[in-house]
Design a protein around this ligand. Structure first.
Ligand code: CUA
Length: 324
């Protein structure tokens, strides 16, 4: 156990009982600083507790023992020592921490840029070619810059394997970057309490071997052409945030359920009735406030310009299948 702790403080580690694997270039330095602070804390904890116990036993009140007449109140060398030594230790911690902090917040110039949108309670990753995915896919050993914003409340982008955590604030862009050093899937979670489903705000960072990332991106971006319309629509529904407000099981959420909605007769807030056909669904996506279903608030944002016509078409094809 002790050797494993020490091992974690050395070179790249595959993880141990305390720490997940070190899977980014920043991870070893973060861990070294962590263990440095940890062992200093452990040392002083032990020193203080042991001395306290020794003194309590040694100087306890006993029969025949009198307190000295002159009780010392002051000892200058001792006081300087216990001020200067911790001060130096804190300076070293600050220096190491600040160095790592600067590395983590300063992305290299040639970094591959991905836009991150956090929304209660899912992640959306937008690649330079416009593809949107629910997981973050990246190439191995390449600097990746994340430009992150939130649609609603404060979230926090957290990948333990990369020792990477950064808050995401609505109305502004926060950046972070990393260079992944281990292929495969790494857990990505939200580290800021953002509401009832905070704990389910999970995704994965998939690190592809050289060449694999480009292949994945080309294939993933092509889903509209490759998949049958209803399946492509299901993917759009899942990845573009529809599922956050529209259930599939008949229960009303922030918005009406999509179960059996297509072809059904719907009452609007202004007391009219209509049949939910292709045109009504299209209108509700592009201009959600136009005709709102009775019992719901006008809270849906417009998807005009955010969804392509093709994507709306496959969404409608998918919503149709929910009425069968
Ligand atoms: Cu998003 Cu917690």
């Amino acid at each position: 156990m002790f050797e494993r702790l020490i091992a974690g403080a050395g070179g790249a580690s595959d993880g141990n009982v305390w720490m997940p694997p070190q899977s980014s270039t920043a991870a070893p330095a973060v861990d070294r600083l962590f263990y440095f602070i940890f062992w200093i804390s452990a040392f002083f904890f032990a020193l203080i507790v042991i001395l306290a116990i020794v003194f309590v036993i040694r100087y306890r009140k006993r029969a025949g023992r009198v307190a000295p007449v002159e009780v010392p109140t002051h000892n200058t060398p001792l006081e300087i020592a216990w001020t200067v030594i911790p001060l130096l230790i804190v300076f070293v911690i600050f220096y190491l921490g600040f160095k790592i902090f600067l590395d983590v917040v300063t992305p290299p110039k040639n970094a591959y840029e991905v836009q991150v949108t956090a929304q209660r309670w899912k992640w959306m990753f937008t690649y330079p070619n416009g593809h949107v995915d629910e997981n973050l896919h990246v190439p191995l050993d390449t600097p990746v810059l994340l430009v992150m914003t939130s649609e609603d409340v404060i979230h926090s982008f957290f990948v333990p394997d990369f020792r990477l955590k950064r808050d995401i604030v609505p109305g502004r862009y926060n950046k972070t970057w990393f260079r992944a050093t281990q292929e495969g899937a790494h857990d990505l979670m939200c580290a800021e309490y953002c509401g009832t489903s905070h704990s389910t705000m999970l995704a994965q960072v998939v690190v592809h071997p050289p060449g694999g990332f480009e292949k994945w991106l080309a294939e993933a971006s092509n889903f509209l052409a490759k998949l049958p319309p209803a399946e492509a629509g299901a993917q759009v529904f899942r990845t573009r945030g529809c599922a956050q407000c529209h259930s599939l099981d008949g229960k009303a959420n922030v918005g009406p359920t999509m179960q059996a909605v297509f072809g059904s007769s719907v009452s609007t807030r202004d007391g009219k009735r209509l049949v939910a056909d292709e045109n009504y669904i299209r209108e509700s996506i592009i201009d959600p406030q136009a005709r709102i279903v009775a019992g719901f608030d006008p809270v849906m944002p417009t998807y005009k310009g955010r969804l392509k016509d093709e994507e709306i078409t496959v969404l409608i094809a998918y919503i149709k299948t929910l009425s069968n």
